[in-house]
Design a protein around this ligand. Structure first.
Ligand code: CA
Length: 223
C-alpha cells in the first residue's frame, strides 16, 4: 500500500510519514498543492492524506480537481480545529473522510485502515493464485492451507505480485509500488526480497509460483 501525504507543515508531514512507514506503508510527501497534484496524477497511490490549507493549490480545490480527473482513490482530508465549513466543503469536494488537527496518530491509522478496507470491498479481499491465498485485510498468507509468516515488506511485495498475477512486473514497477519514489532501482534489494518470498511461498512445493523472467522482471502464476 502506498500513501501520498500533501501537507506543507514539514513537521506534521514528517511525523505522519515516519509513523506510516513504521506500519509498513510506502509513503510519498508533497509540500504544496501543485506538487501534490503532480504526484497524485503521475504515480499510483492507494490513498491520499490531504491538508486543506496549502500553498499553490488549496486542499479543497485539489480534491475537486483530482476527482474531475478521475483520480478516485480514497482521500482523507486534514482540517483545522473547529473549521466546520472546511469539513463540509471537504466532503462536498469529493473527500471520503476528514480528521481535525491536532489528532492522535492511532486515530489517523484507524481512519486509513477503514478507508482502505472500504476501497478493498470493491475489489477482492482474498487474493488467490493457485493454492496461494492472501487476505489483504488481515495480511495473512497461506499456501495449501499452511500459514506463511511474512514481514511487512514481503507482504507488500507479495500483494503487488498477486494483484498483477499472470503479468510480468519489472523491477521499476515493483520499486514504485512497494518502495517509494526515491528508491534506487539499481540496488539489488528487490532481488533479495524476491528470494526471501520465493523461499516462503515455493520452497517444499512441487509447483513453483514465482518465476524470474530473464532480463525483464518477475511473474507470479500457476505453472
Ligand atoms: Ca497546511
Amino acid at each position: 500500500m502506498r500513501i501520498l501525504i500533501v501537507e506543507d507543515e514539514q513537521k506534521v508531514a514528517d511525523f505522519i510519514k515516519r509513523g506510516l512507514k513504521e506500519e509498513g506503508y510506502a509513503v510519498d510527501v508533497a509540500y504544496d498543492g501543485e506538487q501534490g497534484h503532480f504526484l497524485a496524477t503521475t504515480n499510483d497511490h492507494d490513498l491520499i492524506i490531504l491538508d486543506v490549507m496549502l500553498p499553490e493549490i488549496d486542499g479543497i480545490t485539489l480534491c475537486q480537481r483530482l476527482r474531475k480527473e478521475k483520480v478516485l482513490i480514497p482521500i482523507l482530508m486534514l482540517t483545522a480545529r473547529d473549521a466546520v465549513l472546511d469539513k463540509v466543503k471537504g466532503l462536498d469536494s469529493g473527500a471520503n473522510d476528514y480528521l481535525t488537527k491536532p489528532f492522535a496518530f492511532a486515530e489517523l491509522l484507524a481512519r486509513i485502515r477503514s478507508l482502505l478496507r472500504h476501497a478493498e470491498n470493491h475489489q477482492a479481499i482474498n487474493l488467490q493464485v493457485g493454492d496461494l491465498t492472501l487476505d489483504v485485510v488481515t495480511h495473512k498468507a497461506s499456501r495449501a492451507g499452511q500459514p506463511i509468516e511474512l514481514t511487512l515488506k514481503e507482504y507488500a511485495l507479495l500483494e503487488y505480485l498477486m494483484r498483477n498475477a499472470g503479468t510480468i512486473v519489472t523491477r521499476t514497477m515493483i520499486s514504485e509500488h512497494v518502495w517509494d519514489i526515491h528508491f534506487d532501482t539499481f540496488t539489488n534489494v528487490i532481488d533479495v526480497y524476491i528470494n526471501y518470498l520465493r523461499r516462503k511461498i515455493d520452497q517444499g512445493f512441487k509447483k513453483k509460483l514465482l518465476h524470474t523472467v530473464r532480463g525483464r522482471g518477475y511473474i507470479l502464476k500457476e505453472g
